[in-house]
Design a protein around this ligand. Structure first.
Ligand code: ADP
Ligand code: MG
Length: 243
């Protein structure tokens, strides 16, 4: 069976700084993987290598069997299957919510206006923001903006969603709504790689938890194993700090 994501011996250096030192893992369709680990351990770089926002120094990345690291690959076409949600929502401040969600559909997928609007409204409803299409990002709370960012990614019909600390920039009382949307997506069978410090979410939702430190995967397994009964001293120390 073809894995949804397969990463083989992935290395990434910035100048002389080796940030990823040989990462191997796979994600199967419908799985939710939570990546945890201290700041600077390479979690964001790993996610960014999965959709080639960063070019790996060495190693291979496959998404649905297609090698993204192959020199001949149509990287834009490959990237279209992968949605990404960032800590800082990255909405266009001068565009309405609806325009934020339709612009890539129209430019990249060449959807007509009516269809793009229909898909946008469908996804706004899905993230609990029905009727907010005419608002500007600054008129929304951080949690609402992040849900717009999720709707924008979903409107592109991705096969895989990457989340990089999607709730880390939010006031605590706004975190729950965003996690609820992500939980619903997981329940619907979306394949997701989620970098997060929300251990309760990881415990409940993840099929597998990956603990990274110093550019390597230190341990991985079921949430009950990795969060509930970590084997490695580095995992134990990290969890003592965040739990
Ligand atoms: P995490 O997301 O786990 O906090 P990152 O992947 O953001 O870790 O960063 C890992 C290391 O790589 C850090 O030391 C960071 O400073 C460095 N780094 C990340 N991106 C760049 C870049 N574009 N140029 C140079 N160094 C970078
Ligand atoms: Mg990061």
């Amino acid at each position: 069976m073809t894995h949804m994501v397969e990463i083989r011996d992935l290395h990434k250096s910035f100048g002389s700084l080796e940030v990823l030192k040989g990462i191997d893992f796979t994600v199967d369709r419908g799985q939710v993987i939570c990546v945890i680990g201290p700041s600077g351990s390479g979690k964001s770089t790993l996610l960014r290598c999965v959709n080639l926002l960063e070019t790996p120094t060495k190693g291979k990345v496959f998404v649905e069997g297609l090698e993204l690291t192959h020199p001949d690959v149509d990287i834009d076409a490959a990237r279209r299957r992968v949605g990404m949600v960032f800590q800082q929502f990255n909405l266009f401040p001068h565009l309405t919510v609806l325009d934020n969600i339709t612009i890539a559909q129209r430019r990249v997928l060449k959807r007509g206006k009516a269809e793009a609007v229909r898909v946008a409204e469908e996804n706004l409803a899905k993230v609990g923001l029905e009727g907010k299409g005419r608002s500007y990002p600054a008129q929304l709370s951080g949690g609402q903006q992040q849900r717009v960012a999720i709707a924008r990614a979903l409107a592109m019909d991705p096969d895989l969603m990457l989340f990089d600390e999607p709730t880390s920039a939010l006031d605590p009382e706004l975190v729950g709504d965003v996690l609820a949307v992500m939980r619903q997506l997981a329940d619907e069978g979306m394949t997701m790689i989620v970098v997060t410090h929300e251990m309760a979410f990881a415990r409940d939702v993840a099929d597998r938890v990956v603990f990274m430190d110093g550019g390597v995967i230190v341990e991985e397994g079921s949430p009950d194993r990795v969060i509930g009964a970590p084997e490695h001293p580095r995992t134990q120390t990290f969890l003592r700090r965040v739990l």
